[in-house]
Design a protein around this ligand. Structure first.
Ligand code: SF4
Ligand code: SF4
Length: 377
């Protein structure tokens, strides 16, 4: 058994431009067949960090928005707030960033809903019974949506090796506290000199693990703390530093379990489209984008998030390296993202398969190519 993945390359002519190809590919893959009248459809995107222009262009996203509307659905563009500071850490900054990056209603045809609310406190605990988590913190707008279509930009990432559909929905739909616990299990520590004694962490802590000590400053009791990450995510003074220390296997497996939490409530109501273009070495969260490592390869669509990511990865690994990119001149570039980040990209795919998100074996159907493309050539 293998999962179907549809693919088209980036070649266009006067009869078929990229908008036509995106729409026809989505149609062929049945991306919007899951939409029923009045469904609230979460279109999970990445709005891009300011300074980065490698994310999927908003006018292309509109193609999917229009298709959802034609089916009678009510689409909204969504992403959750970040754990770190930056320009997408709360809903106000996040929406302003999205608008500056071109995601205006007039362009995309759908409103923006930041999935976990103003400060990242709007999430739902979803049972997953995974290897790492019994439950995960899924942003409420994603959880409560009737369907989800993930539009993912395939690119490198320093902890995952690469990011595609699984990372987009797993890490991308977790609340900031969830993002912290995916990144690290370490017990956080308060930096006394930065603590203003505001008490926000004490209000957020689900375990009453934080006491007030000298000058009312916060102190975390290691014996009670469960490393849930809420105090890290909510301290307004950044007095509880983010723990980034992680093991590549663990963060990837945890992210797959978050993806499980997103999709648990969306059986038959989720679909995926990956854009393998502007394949930058780093994530869209970086406030810059370096030269892509390979040429623009194409668009893939599937109902299986594991298969679409595996197929995207295989395409990248078979492609030539771009001149002047970070891989130019490197000898061993068969596994491109490993060559950039020295990370094994396979853990998220293997664990995703193991927990029933999909399968790595896929059947690639190539459409509307200038030159006939055969898998493996
Ligand atoms: S939220 Fe931050 S600044 Fe406020 S008491 Fe806790 S550690 Fe101190
Ligand atoms: S990580 Fe969670 S349990 Fe630990 S102190 Fe912070 S809020 Fe409390």
């Amino acid at each position: 058994m293998s999962s179907k993945v549809y693919f088209t390359d980036m070649t266009t002519d006067s009869r078929k431009n990229l908008f036509d190809k995106t729409g026809q590919l989505a149609e062929k893959a049945g991306l919007c067949d899951l939409v029923e009248t009045k469904d609230l459809v979460a279109i999970k995107v990445h709005f891009g960090e300011l300074g980065n222009i490698a994310y999927v262009p908003p006018p292309i996203i509109r193609v999917i928005v229009e298709m959802v509307k034609e089916k009678g659905g009510k689409p909204f563009l969504t992403d959750a707030n970040t754990l770190y500071g930056g320009k997408r850490h709360n809903a106000v900054d996040h929406i302003e960033t999205a608008l500056k990056n071109g995601f205006a209603y007039e362009t995309v045809g759908a409103p923006i809903v930041i999935a976990d609310g103003l400060k990242g406190a709007d999430f739902v605990n979803v049972a997953v019974e995974g290897k790492h988590f019994e439950s995960v913190k899924i942003s409420s707008a994603v959880h409560h949506a009737d369907a989800i279509i993930a539009i993912s930009h395939v690119k490198g990432h320093e902890l995952f090796g690469f990011g595609g559909a699984l990372k987009n929905i797993g890490m991308g739909c977790g609340s900031p506290g969830g993002k912290q616990i995916m990144h690290s299990d370490l017990i956080p520590k308060v930096k006394e000199e930065k603590c203003t004694a505001c008490g926000v962490c004490i209000e957020r802590c689900p375990e009453n693990a934080i006491d007030r000590v000298k000058d009312n400053k916060a102190f975390i009791n290691d014996e009670l703390c469960i490393s849930c990450g809420e105090c890290v995510a909510f301290c307004p003074s950044r007095a509880i530093p983010i723990n980034w220390k992680t093991d590549e296997t663990v963060i990837q497996e945890k992210t797959a379990e978050y993806a499980r939490g997103v999709l648990n409530r969306k059986k038959g109501k989720s679909s995926f489209i990956n854009f393998v273009m502007n394949v930058t070495p780093d994530c869209d969260c970086a406030p810059w984008n370096d030269l892509p490592i390979v040429p623009d390869l194409g668009i893939l669509a599937s109902l299986d998030p594991v298969a679409i990511d595996q197929a995207s990865l295989d395409l990248v690994n078979r492609a030539p390296v771009i001149m002047n990119s970070v891989l130019d001149g490197q000898k061993d570039t068969e596994d491109k993202f490993r060559a950039v980040h020295n990370q094994d990209t396979s853990y998220i795919l293997k664990h995703g398969e193991k927990i029933g998100l999909g399968q790595r074996k896929y059947d690639l159907e190539s459409l509307w190519l200038r030159q006939n493309y055969k898998e493996g050539e």
